[in-house]
Design a protein around this ligand. Structure first.
Ligand SMILES: [Zn+2]
Length: 345
């Protein structure tokens, strides 16, 4: 099959590659239609590694995918050829201790698309466990289906926050994940979500959604804005979605007493933060690693119309132009949120 292959750091090629396509009894074979370009794909392209995951041999990129089922294994009951689907890119060992606890996202043996050495899905077909393949509601497009993966991270963050109706949230960082977190927090019951960044174009994209209030921290201090807007009380929930070490200085000034801090962004290096600041307010600190048991809920929210991810798709490329898509993503235009690559029509 012809796939988008990351040969080594900085070198992409569209070329033939042998990929396993045997359909086991609990698998489905999917013809890929749309694949989103993710920051992690781009990081492997530009740096050849993310933390402990190092590219050592050519790897197909892409893990945010939607497509059409073309074949099902003999034991698959809930899907049939012709079904439009999206796929959860992590495949856990279902008999692992983590999976048995419902925490399959932290199963140490999880195999995740486009994380070395596992191939991704920027290719015409993939074979995937049916249990991690989700039928798209009729009113959810392939483009939206391919947005479920990044949105699921926002949903996981909102779930970890244990939002109560009417909560005020603060999101640090207005990148794609920060925006996903803000949308999930609103859908989860927040009355207002303040989101901070230095980038005016990024903030403008987030600010088009009613209920999301952009704060340019090049102009205003985020903690002062939150204090002014909450009578000095603080946000019920603070989401850290920038991964910037600088975000941790004074972070607990944003949180109300007894509130929550949810860590979503991945700092490259260890960071220091103010433990006494957390303790003095008894702040609950939560972490988010990918997602578990979220995809079906994300699809329900999108289908209901409560969450509209379409404005976040800022560029669509044909598969033959997928290297150009990666170059544009690597250039990091602040007015781009999500680029997608089309393999089908
Ligand atoms: Zn992603």
């Amino acid at each position: 099959m012809e796939a988008l292959v990351l040969e080594q750091k900085g070198v992409l090629a569209i070329r033939e590659i042998e990929l396993p396509l045997e359909v086991g009894p609990t698998d489905v074979k999917v013809r890929i239609h749309t694949v989103g370009v993710c920051g992690s794909d781009v990081h492997y392209y530009t740096h050849g590694a993310i933390g402990p995951y190092v590219l050592r041999e050519p790897m197909v990129l892409g893990h945010e995918a939607a497509g059409t089922v073309v074949e099902v294994g003999s034991e698959v009951r809930h899907l049939a050829p012709g079904d439009r689907v999206c796929m959860e890119p992590g495949i856990p060992d279902l008999s692992s201790r983590a999976s048995k606890l419902g925490l399959y996202n932290v199963d140490p043996s999880v195999r995740f698309w486009a994380t070395p050495p596992i191939h991704g899905v920027l290719a015409p077909f993939t074979v995937h466990p049916a249990a991690f393949t989700y039928k798209l509601p009729n009113n959810v497009s392939f483009a939206e289906g391919a947005m479920v993966e990044p949105f699921a991270i926002g949903m996981q963050a909102a779930a970890r926050a244990r939002i109560a109706p009417g909560d005020v949230a603060a999101v640090i960082g207005c990148g794609p994940i920060g925006i996903m977190v803000a949308l999930a927090a609103l859908a989860g019951g927040c009355s207002r979500v303040f989101i901070s960044d230095f980038s005016a174009p990024k903030l403008a994209i987030a600010g088009q959604y009613p209920g999301i209030i952009p704060v340019n921290i090049g102009e205003r201090n985020f903690a002062e804005v939150i204090a002014a807007e909450t009578d000095g009380w603080g946000a019920d929930v603070v989401f850290e979605a920038s991964g910037s070490p600088k975000a941790f200085a004074g972070i607990f000034n944003l949180v109300r007493p007894g509130g929550a801090l949810v860590l979503v962004g991945l700092p490259v290096e260890p960071v220091t933060f103010d433990v006494a600041g957390a303790i003095s307010k008894e702040v609950r600190v939560e972490t988010v690693f990918r997602y578990a048991n979220i995809f079906d809920r994300a699809l329900q929210l999108i289908a209901s119309g409560k969450v509209d991810l379409k404005p976040l798709i800022t560029g669509t490329f044909e598969f033959k132009d997928s290297i150009a898509a990666f170059e544009r993503a690597a250039a990091g235009s602040p007015s781009d949120v999500k680029l997608q690559i089309l393999l089908g029509d």
